[in-house]
Ligand binder design. Structure first.
Ligand SMILES: *[C@@H]1O[C@H](CO)[C@@H](O)[C@H](O)[C@H]1NC(C)=O
Ligand SMILES: *[C@@H]1O[C@H](CO)[C@@H](O)[C@H](O)[C@H]1NC(C)=O
Length: 348
């Protein structure tokens, strides 16, 4: 089969909840061969950051939920930056820190109350260290923070979260940081496979739907979800905050009750998403603003808890072989392990 030229304009989530992943240096070769220029981590793994030194790859790194209580303390935030970020700059391009993941979509009110103070302390630490121009601070949200999302122009955040989201939006606007959303049309399909057209969630040809308020036409759910987030942000008085997709993806395998989790569907979702990103078009509500996106995820992660789908979002198996054909461009390149050399070869 032909070798396809990829120039991937998507970012990728490099999760590591697994006991069988290739070394960061091998992953570095794979991602650079894929031309992936943006990677998101859930931590600040020094081995990964080191392996990507002198690469052209931009990194989002993460502060875990469990660190928020400490990060509220400006001194601890500063110590963390000094220990986990500063040593890697500038040779590894760390451009963003996410503080906590999906905190507001959960049910821990104490964590919610720590969120903004932690973001502020991390930001102030970056200012004090002279890094705030190159590293932004934000947090990633699940779509469950939306109360209304249909039609997209009626998107609104949940009332009970307004007290947290309003000041977070003001902060993001003030420091010019993006609003990150983890968006999974798969969840909508899985919950309602009889009603949600598969073509609509997989970016396949379909008749789509029209927003009755704006008359805008939507032919895929991800665009509708993004525009619902824009609408919710606007309803809070902000048109000055950029939306990015910090996670999206589709599982190649699931439990018997997880409809649609197949390699074919995952290949269509991710392949069509990549093609769409290459067109660099925005959403119906903001056609001239391409959305930066991070696919979830690089590898299947065998130690993730929850339903089988959770362990099967990867584009790759841990041994470096692609999980499925990504459709329009065929298979992704394969990471080849050569037993007799330290060199990492990536080949089709
Ligand atoms: C990556 O980009 C380079 C230069 O644009 C290109 O020659 C190469 O084929 C690309 N690699 C892949 C896997 O598409
Ligand atoms: C972080 O906390 C939120 C809210 O409690 C929870 O939904 C989410 O799964 C947590 N994330 C991680 C990586 O533990």
């Amino acid at each position: 089969s032909a070798v396809h030229v990829l120039s991937l304009s998507f970012g990728i989530n490099y999760g590591q909840i697994a006991n069988n992943l290739p070394s960061p240096s091998r992953v570095s070769v794979l991602l650079q061969t894929l031309n992936v220029s943006r990677v998101k981590l859930y931590d600040a793994d020094p081995n990964v950051l080191q392996a990507f030194s002198n690469s052209q790859v931009d990194f989002i790194i993460g502060l875990g939920n469990e660190t928020l209580q400490n990060m509220k303390d400006p001194l601890k935030a500063q110590a963390w930056i000094q220990q986990h970020v500063q040593p890697h700059l500038p040779q590894t391009k760390i451009t963003c820190i996410t503080v906590g993941n999906e905190i507001l979509g959960g049910s821990d009110a104490q964590l919610m109350s720590y969120l903004l103070p932690a973001m502020q302390s991390v930001y102030e630490a970056l200012v004090d260290l002279g890094l705030s121009k190159q590293v932004t601070v934000t947090t990633a949200h699940s779509l469950t923070i939306l109360g209304d999302s249909y039609p997209p122009s009626s998107g609104r955040f949940r009332q009970d979260l307004a007290e947290y989201i309003q000041p977070i939006l003001s902060f993001l606007a003030q420091v010019n940081s993006p609003f990150l959303i983890n968006a999974y049309p798969y969840f909508a399909y899985k919950d309602n496979p009889g009603e949600v057209p598969l073509e609509y969630v997989l970016f396949q040809p379909n008749s789509g739907m029209v927003d009755s308020v704006t008359n805008l036409h939507y032919d895929n759910m991800l665009d509708a979800q993004i525009d619902a987030v824009y609408a919710a942000i606007k309803a809070m008085g902000h048109t000055d905050v950029e939306v990015r997709i910090s996670e999206t993806g589709w599982p190649s395998k699931g439990d018997p009750n997880e409809a649609g989790a197949t390699p074919e569907n995952a290949g269509l979702y991710n392949g069509n998403l990549m093609r769409k990103l290459e067109e660099r078009k925005g959403t119906p509500a903001k056609p001239s603003v391409p959305i930066e996106m991070y696919v979830f995820a690089l590898f299947n992660e065998d130690l993730k808890p929850g339903p089988a789908s959770e362990r099967n979002y990867g584009l790759y198996y841990p041994d470096g072989t692609p999980v499925y054909d990504i459709g329009f461009k065929g298979y992704l390149p394969q990471l080849t392990f050569s037993a007799d050399s330290n060199k990492n070869n990536v080949s089709k």
